[in-house]
Design a protein around this ligand. Sequence first.
Ligand code: ATP
Ligand code: MG
Length: 137
Amino acid sequence: VERTLSLIKPDGVERNLIGQVLSFFEKGGLKIVAMKMLHLTKAQAEEFYIVHKERPFYQELTEYMASGPIVAIVLEGENAIAKCREIMGATDPAEAAEGTIRKTFALSKGENTVHGSDSPESAAREIAFFFSELEIC
Ligand code: ATP
Ligand code: MG
């Protein structure tokens, strides 16, 4: 089985969507094997999104991700990385498929409610960023 890292971003926590977002993942067949709420500093958000440091939206993105509490979740299941991204939908809610988290809840391309790892390498790095092996069930 595969593991992936998902985040409920500040707009999701702020709008009381934690339970509903978790339901999308659970109904989609993914198992929650670790979870915590935290508030990233700007420096921590920059480190988490370091792969995007040359992108024009890097400052906006990292300021936003440090603007309020988030929920970090480890999801487990067959093809968890692809399945999580399918359940989330496209980055831009205007392009996201019906029935996805982002189509249902996202406000914009930036405030798009959730994050999901995009490869086995990024999943391993992102899970280790938030959790020790002891914290994962
Ligand atoms: P994520 O990595 O959050 O799961 P993603 O893989 O669909 O989303 P990326 O291209 O990795 O999208 O971008 C990371 C995040 O940066 C996006 O989720 C979004 O919040 C933000 N972002 C991406 N493109 C833009 C943009 N053009 N303007 C503002 N924010 C953006
Ligand atoms: Mg991404």
